[in-house]
Design a protein around this ligand. Structure first.
Ligand SMILES: Nc1ncnc2c1ncn2[C@@H]1O[C@H](COP(=O)(O)OP(=O)(O)OP(=O)(O)O)[C@@H](O)[C@H]1O
Ligand SMILES: [Mg+2]
Length: 254
């Protein structure tokens, strides 16, 4: 899985793509969503993150995307401490791709325009933006729906538009929050294969999923419980997969 000899190697001495050190997040109102989280994702790694509802997965992704700040600790992306980046909107637009749990498409413009919008303010002109948007929609099997409005698509199709949009500016880091949650098994498997191909091209992927079968397509599985990272393992190892499966069964028990 992770041993593909053709995959581009991270340059020697390159910093990890994602690094959280002693991170805590407390929301106003007193909710403590993360406690002392330490997590390192190497450049070009594909990591799946799982855990029960409310355990802090989306909070963690939002901190890495610089959509929110930690209450304590340091978050670094490609070696840069996010607390010291002045132009955070540029960072969000160009360095990280984020697929939100709620996909946040603009309802009144076409699917292809939703993807193009992510490229406003970059070097691409209108024609190049449109061409790139169509190429990405093709990559997520939506070439035929480009002119539709998001409201005319199924939930799973909208999710795939959000994936296409997140890739528009070739981010080095892709953060995906349950991107396969609304997809049928075959479409979910195809999306995971797409993330695997992106990893093979050198992109770092951190993906939240409840589906351990899908997580097994990643290089590594990390688990959060009640705001803390509790395991780190490779899902293909039967002992760890078994432990993770038992934990998931526990999560989904009524
Ligand atoms: N903006 C907010 N203000 C206050 N509390 C919040 C906020 N966002 C999340 N929380 C709380 O923080 C905790 C972690 O939430 P988070 O969204 O990170 O969970 P999650 O693991 O993504 O859950 P799910 O699997 O349901 O998406 C929860 O208790 C949640 O209620
Ligand atoms: Mg969430």
């Amino acid at each position: 899985m992770s041993e593909d000899p053709t995959r581009p190697e991270a340059p020697e001495g390159a910093p990890p793509a994602i690094e959280l050190c002693g991170v805590a997040k407390r929301y106003s109102g007193g909710v403590s969503a993360l406690h002392e989280v330490n997590l390192v994702v190497g450049s070009g790694e594909f990591v799946a993150l799982s855990g029960p509802s409310g355990c802090g997965k989306s909070t963690l992704l939002h901190l890495v995307a610089a959509l929110d700040r930690p209450s304590e600790g340091v978050v670094k992306v490609n070696g840069r401490d996010l607390a010291h980046i002045h132009d955070l909107s540029r960072f969000r637009r160009l360095e990280v791709g984020l697929v939100f749990q709620l996909h946040n498409l603009l309802p009144r413009i076409s699917v292809v325009a939703n993807v193009e919008i992510a490229m406003y303010g970059t070097h691409r002109n209108g024609a190049a933006r449109r061409a790139r948007a169509r190429e990405l929609l093709d990559e997520v099997d939506l070439a035929g729906q480009a002119e539709r409005l998001p409201t005319q698509l199924s939930g799973g199709e909208r999710q795939r538009v959000a994936i296409a949009r997140s890739l528009a500016n070739d981010p080095s880091v892709l953060l995906a929050d349950e991107p396969t949650g609304n997809l049928d098994a075959e479409a979910a498997r195809r999306m995971m294969a797409l993330f695997g191909r992106l990893r093979d091209r050198g992109m770092t992927v951190l993906l939240v999923t409840h589906d351990l079968g899908l997580a097994a397509m990643a290089d590594r599985l990390e688990r959060i419980e009640a705001g803390r990272i509790v395991t780190a393992g490779r899902p293909e190892r039967p002992d760890e997969a078994g432990a993770a499966r038992r934990a998931l069964a526990r999560d989904s028990a009524p």
